[in-house]
Design a protein around this ligand. Structure first.
Ligand code: ATP
Ligand code: MG
Length: 140
């Protein structure tokens, strides 16, 4: 296994409930290092670009509304097999299906307001990191 980077977003439902530190504690306990982090309010343009792959899905409008409804924390995580390691600790998209101890089981409110995003491949991780971070803001 190799050291990898992945992209994470702590979503508005979590920042609204002051859970940034609680989510970060789960991330760090899973052995992932937070090597870049910034709190931002996404514009519609940023959210639409980020979720472009879902633009034909019925929930796209709702998803963009949600992701722009409040602050988010964008992050770069690093660790062994980080893409899969983070997906594992996030848990299933729908919190009712998420395993015990996962971020979504612990904190998510619903399938839409599910507290975190994590890249689904190393290739997408690189694209997503580049959308929100410059190299100078990532210190591994
Ligand atoms: P993410 O991409 O945010 O890490 P994921 O890969 O588990 O989550 P996707 O299928 O890529 O899930 O969906 C992206 C996001 O769209 C979900 O995290 C969720 O916020 C929202 N979403 C997915 N399915 C639904 C749905 N049926 N209704 C409402 N929102 C949904
Ligand atoms: Mg996804």
């Amino acid at each position: 296994m190799a050291i990898q980077r992945t992209f994470s977003i702590i979503k508005p439902d979590a920042t609204e409930r002051n859970l940034t530190g609680a989510v970060n504690a789960v991330i760090e306990k899973a052995g992932l290092r937070i090597i870049g982090q910034r709190r931002i309010k996404m514009t519609r343009e940023q959210a639409e670009r980020f979720y472009d792959v879902h633009k034909e899905r019925p929930f796209f409008g709702e998803l963009v509304d949600f992701m722009t409804s409040g602050p988010v924390v964008v992050q770069v995580l690093e660790g062994e097999n980080a893409v899969k390691a983070y997906r594992d600790v996030m848990g299933a998209t729908n919190p009712t299906e998420a395993a015990d101890g996962t971020i979504r089981k612990l904190f998510a409110k619903s399938i839409g307001e599910n507290s975190v995003h994590g890249s689904d491949s190393e290739e997408n991780a690189a694209i997503e990191i580049a959308q929100f971070f410059s190299l100078a803001d990532i210190v591994g």
